[in-house]
Write a protein that binds this ligand. Structure first.
Ligand code: URA
Length: 207
């Protein structure tokens, strides 16, 4: 069953975002929503200059209904703090609004969303962009980069650079924090430093 963005959104962007949030919760445009606890919509102020886009909510996000509150979110928060970015100034969201997982025993293991699922969810991301009106994006990982750039993205070769994406806006591509958490522990600190250097390029939008 499809649930497109409400065609008559309130003219107040904050109210429009609240209506969109409700609509994503019942969206069954793809099957992921059937198994998730709730949708996880973006968070942050209307008019945020930077929109940070991840892949999809994880286990914690699914339970709490908020983006980037689990381990990956904590790593992002650490980076933001080191860069002097107040998270409250950012609009933080995901390319996909429901948690896709497979059960291993009692554990819900993250499962990468299929491209058709990312495509089905794009309408919600576009609606958020139209209400928030950011000036630039940070794409955390390949799923977000592909959603924003409309093409497959080789994150390791395209990271740390600006590309042109949705609505003609600049997109900074970098790694997803989960990639750092999964990476070789011996290289974790240097990988983190490189990631921080990538992210720092977006600082000009917050100056
Ligand atoms: N990973 C994401 O991409 N988004 C979240 O909100 C949490 C983990």
């Amino acid at each position: 069953m499809s649930e497109p963005p409400p065609s008559r959104l309130p003219s107040d962007p904050a109210k429009a975002l609240a209506a969109l949030r409700k609509a994503t919760d019942v969206c069954r445009e793809c099957p992921i929503g059937w198994n998730a606890t709730q949708s996880v919509f973006g968070e942050g102020p209307v008019g945020a200059v930077l929109m940070v886009v991840g892949e999809q909510p994880g286990d914690q996000e699914d339970l709490q209904g908020r983006p980037f509150v689990g381990p990956a979110g904590r790593l992002f928060d650490r980076a933001a703090e080191q860069l002097g970015w107040a998270r409250e100034r950012l609009y933080v969201t995901n390319a996909v609004k429901h948690f896709k997982f497979e059960l291993r025993g009692k554990r819900r293991m993250h499962k990468t969303p299929a491209q058709r699922e990312v495509a089905a969810c794009l309408q919600w991301l576009e609606s958020e962009i139209d209400q928030v009106r950011p000036q630039a994006f940070i794409a955390l990982g390949g799923t977000a980069a592909r959603a924003l750039l409309g093409r497959p993205v080789a994150v390791m070769s395209e990271r740390g650079r600006w590309h042109t994406g949705l609505r003609g806006l600049p997109v900074l591509v970098t790694l997803h924090p989960s990639a750092l958490l999964r990476g070789d522990p011996a290289e974790r600190e240097s990988a983190y430093a490189q990631w921080l250097a990538d992210l720092a390029l977006a600082g000009k939008y917050l100056a």
